[in-house]
Design a protein around this ligand. Sequence first.
Ligand code: NDP
Length: 242
Amino acid sequence: MTKHTCIVTGGSSGIGLSIVKTFLERGYHVCNLDQKNSDMGEFYQCDVTNHQQVQSIVTSIAKKYQVSTLVSNAGIHFSASIENTSEADLQRVFDINVKGAYSAIQAVLPTMKQQKNGSIILISSDQALVGKRNSFAYNLSKAALASMAKTTALDFASYNIRANAVCPGTIETPLYHHAINNYCERSGANADEVHLEEASLQPLNRLGQPEEVAALVAFLASDDAKFITGSLQVIDGGYTAQ
Ligand code: NDP
């Protein structure tokens, strides 16, 4: 039986892919649940909106390995104000960003409770903490994840299960480029100029990199963070400090 296994959702791209690589480098066995194939770690084809599928994959992983860490990372962005967010849009964002995390946590809890040990890390956003225009459903979903981390931390602290949310600022990933391109298509703006402007909004005058988020996630999973639970860890180049 492998000592440390980490389950990552959405580990085939962007931040999730960096998390998978970082945990592999640190000697973990990594199981990646994503709808898109990847050869990094042990891949499981999974749509996190399918509760039964998440339950059965996580249960089968827990039978084979000792799962010490869950990183719920799979997520989508959706740009619109409340006025332009349909019921179906809201449902889709919540199904992936919020219900996906709920399903993964619920599935991993029995094994973590039995072990009396575990670290759950939810990839939220700095938009859980500050408002951002035209991002109604996304912001709401990320605030829900921050709440999920705190409540889960309190409910399972007696089992030595820790739960924390990571709140990244703007990180250069395919999701980021997709959001920029969508914005440029709608507004006619130039993507390179928008990119430079985005960077200039950050006190450190640059965007974050996926590896930087992955390093924080790996720290939270480690014994060095064994007294950290129920926290929201901001990693945003100073954006929310302004
Ligand atoms: P990416 O789009 O690069 O990666 C997300 C991964 O999740 C993709 O592989 C995607 O597959 C997968 N995924 C999406 N929906 C599902 C689903 N239903 N079931 C399984 N897998 C799914 O995004 P990022 O790396 O940028 O984002 C990762 C997380 O970080 C998200 O939760 C995002 O909200 C959060 N975040 C990102 C920030 C940023 O600036 N990039 C800032 C703050 C938070 P596919 O490509 O096929 O959709």
